[in-house]
Design a protein around this ligand. Structure first.
Ligand code: ADP
Ligand code: ZN
Length: 722
């Protein structure tokens, strides 16, 4: 800390690799981590002091810091986290800071909220309306004008007039609703034997207060949540903040309620779909260390933590933790990084852990705690398979007779069934029966997907929409365009015909969001709905007590992919969705339709033998030098001009340095060779596990300059191979 003529290096939330220097004006006291406003060209920008140093004589003219915000400074740990994350992903540090500062209103002057309570004066004129207001005010609570007027059943002007007359007194409310202190003994179920052992192990890990990662590996429904709640309790008891990361914002409402039951206070939520004022409240609450429990999506990692002491990553295997736009990062990996920077423990929880985490357990880098049985019910849902090569289906239908019969039977016995198909829309492809023309997105190398409920065609890569044409755009034939293949909406159409009495809900990300989604989920939970038709939106984390049958309509979908994790991912998805069945009073079952019944994955699924399947996957990856045994980085080169983009991709490839243990593959046109009118090429860098792939990339790419529409994106540890 220093008083005058000091220099502050201020990191700005812009695409800049380092901080800019400013003079600290007389009378301003700054320390590293302070939030400040500085001039940049003609603009004023809010940034964070990265370092304060004594001024040195120089003839360089330095501009002054304009303003110091009255906020708790960003901790050194958090600043280190930002620096390390930027270095890991080869991202300008300023871009990472931007993710921390994405709450513009936090920097506005705290708007004082005015409330009213009974004042000393008697009003000269006492009308019935005024009396009603004074009666309410006499109860002693300070209320905002609209609240008070509402409670008294009068207009706001009556309240204002009484205030003017001195019969009501103005009081300032704290700007935000305060965060309640968690009560560590508020709820909590009586843990079963396995849970007790597991919870003790986690509590002990937290008590050591060192950085340690533990994988909480327990079958679906084994009660992992109750167990990691104990780890959270242990961390809260030592005065720290805890973060519970979830892969889907659809899950947060359910989890907020569970956390509230356990800790007797409403936790802070954090996701992209929040109102600005609530975002501001949580952001400030976290910065001040007052928000003790946060339940959030991946971006919650970037909240300006004051004293974070534990991160729990639920469903750690989920791909949704990987962000592909903007700064590409993996929230699970960065949670572990944060733990190592902040020297605190991290819990990764899953019924279908990633190979990454399992290999880290093998190597004894991570600890492991297991829950083998479902709570109160030893058996997992029985899984059977339907060999679709032997089934005869009518054109345009997707449910085999045995699966349809099972649904009928389930509904008849008063239970709930779920039909799972991981494809949004009505049909993945629309073509002309006369000339064979396929409807493609004008800007992407991808088919247009029909969404019949919204009566549109949509591109799932760029979001382009157009009406469904009556005539073929190619041969002009009318009325001969046909949908090809199944989508969730088409399956729903079939279900309505087959099960006319069923109370059906369709759950897919583009049909249900926000309140509608929350309402539908509640109807599924309480059994109002008895047939659910859903995409992966329903596969994750939900607890539907009435559900006793899960039908997987097409188990093979995700297997056909160039992604090295396709098998692992399919396994996780199928095991998770099957695990939604039989979580209530009655046992459940799962039925899987497949055209490849002999596939090792299908075999393992029937036997419920996860480890056998993952072991074969592990060996395949080992032999191919793929993650987690080797490392990958993808370079995506894109541009508007096809020839220029291709040339640029080759130029970059040709300058790749030679390095021990590193191979550069490509360039090759990306599997989706065009998105939003930009041609795309890919390079894949493959290295041994212990190689510094970032150093290699930095060296290679430091002289690469993009110009015009050309763009080079680096994706370290890619999960998307399109
Ligand atoms: P998981 O996350 O492992 O799939 P959950 O933590 O969601 O499992 O628990 C599954 C269900 O079992 C939930 O309804 C939960 O309330 C219940 N449950 C878990 N542990 C207990 C317990 N010790 N006593 C009573 N109910 C429990
Ligand atoms: Zn498109």
């Amino acid at each position: 800390m220093t008083t005058d003529s000091a220099i502050a290096d201020v990191l700005l939330p812009l695409s800049l690799p380092q901080a800019y220097s400013y003079r600290v004006p007389e009378g301003m006291v700054l320390e590293a981590g302070d939030y400040v406003e500085v001039p940049l060209g003609p603009r004023r920008v809010i940034g964070v002091v990265w370092e304060v140093r004594p001024s040195v004589p120089t003839n360089m003219k330095m501009r002054d810091v304009l303003r110091h915000f009255d906020l708790s400074p960003m901790t050194e740990t958090h600043r280190k986290f930002v620096d390390w994350l930027a270095a890991y992903y080869l991202e300008p540090t300023g871009n990472v800071l931007r993710m921390v500062l994405r709450v513009p209103t936090a920097f506005e002057d705290a708007k004082q909220n005015i409330a009213y309570r009974a004042g000393p004066e008697k009003p000269a004129k006492l009308t019935v309306q005024r009396q009603r207001v004074l009666d309410v005010a006499a109860q002693g609570f300070a209320m905002r004008a609209p609240e008070l007027a509402g409670a008294a059943g009068v207009g706001v002007s009556v309240v204002k007039a009484l205030a003017k007359a001195g019969a009501l007194q103005e009081v300032a409310l704290p700007a935000h609703r305060a965060f309640a202190e968690p009560d560590l003994n508020a709820g909590g179920l009586h843990l079963n034997k396995d849970q007790t052992t597991a919870a003790a192990a986690l509590r002990q890990m937290v008590a050591t207060r060192i950085h340690r990662v533990t994988l909480l590996d327990g079958v679906t429904g084994s009660g992992k949540t109750e167990v990691y709640f104990e780890a959270m309790a242990a961390s809260l008891a030592s005065g720290k903040q805890v973060l519970l990361l979830l892969p889907e914002i659809a899950l947060t409402a359910q989890f907020l309620a569970r956390v509230e039951n356990r800790f007797g206070c409403e936790p802070a939520g954090w996701h992209s779909d929040m109102r600005p004022r609530e975002r501001e409240r949580v952001w400030r609450g976290v910065a001040e260390g007052k928000a003790r429990i946060v339940v959030g999506a991946r971006s919650a990692l970037f909240l300006p933590w004051a004293k974070l002491g534990l991160i729990v990553v639920d469903e750690e295997h989920e791909n949704a933790y990987k962000q592909d736009e903007g700064v590409p990062y993996h929230a699970r990996d960065m949670a572990v990084l944060y733990g190592s920077v902040g020297k605190f423990p991290v819990v990764l929880s899953s019924a279908t852990p990633s190979l990454e985490s399992l290999v880290n357990v093998d190597r004894q880098r991570y600890g492991i705690v297991k829950l083998k049985d479902r709570h109160g019910r030893p058996e997992l849902p029985e899984t059977t398979r339907i060999d679709m090569t032997r089934e005869k289906l009518d054109a345009g239908t997707w449910l085999s007779t045995p699966l349809a019969d099972a649904v009928t039977q389930t509904l008849a016995s008063g239970d709930q069934a779920l039909l799972f198909l991981n494809r949004r829309g009505f049909a993945p492809l629309t073509l002309c029966r006369t000339c064979g023309h396929r409807l493609h997105c004008p800007d992407c190398a991808a088919a247009m997907v029909e969404h019949r409920f919204k009566k549109i065609l949509m591109c799932h890569h760029c979001g382009h929409k157009e009406p469904v044409p009556k005539a073929c755009p190619e041969c002009q034939t009318e009325g001969d365009m046909v949908p090809v293949g199944p989508g969730i909406e088409r399956l729903a159409e079939e279900a309505v015909k087959r099960f006319p009495d069923a109370r059906i809900a369709i759950l897919s990300s583009d049909l249900s969001r926000g309140q509608i989604l929350r309402d539908t989920l509640r109807e599924v939970e309480d059994g109002t709905v008895n047939l659910v038709i859903g995409t992966q939106l329903v596969a994750k984390g939900h607890h539907f007590p009435h559900l006793t049958l899960v039908g997987v309509v097409d188990a093979d979908l995700a297997l056909e992919s160039s992604d090295p994790r396709a098998g692992e991912r399919t396994w996780a998805l199928l095991a998770q969705v099957a695990g939604r069945s039989g979580r209530g009073a009655k046992p459940g079952r799962a039925i899987v339709q497949t055209y490849v019944p002999q596939h090792p994955l299908m075999q393992a699924l029937l036997k419920g033998d996860r480890d056998a399947y993952l072991n074969t996957e592990k060996i395949i990856r080992e032999n191919a030098g793929l993650p987690p045994n080797g490392r990958l980085a993808a370079l995506v080169i894109s541009g508007v001009d096809a020839a220029e983009t291709e040339r640029f991709a080759h130029t970059i490839a040709n300058t790749a340095p030679m390095a021990e243990g590193i191979t550069v593959l490509g360039p090759a046109p990306a599997p989706i060779a065009m998105v939003r009118g930009r041609t795309r090429w890919r390079l894949l860098v493959k290295s041994k596990r212990d190689v510094n792939i970032q150093g290699f990339l930095r060296e290679w790419l430091k002289h690469v300059k993009t110009k015009g529409s050309l763009k080079l994106e680096i994706d370290v540890d890619p999960y998307n191979f399109l």
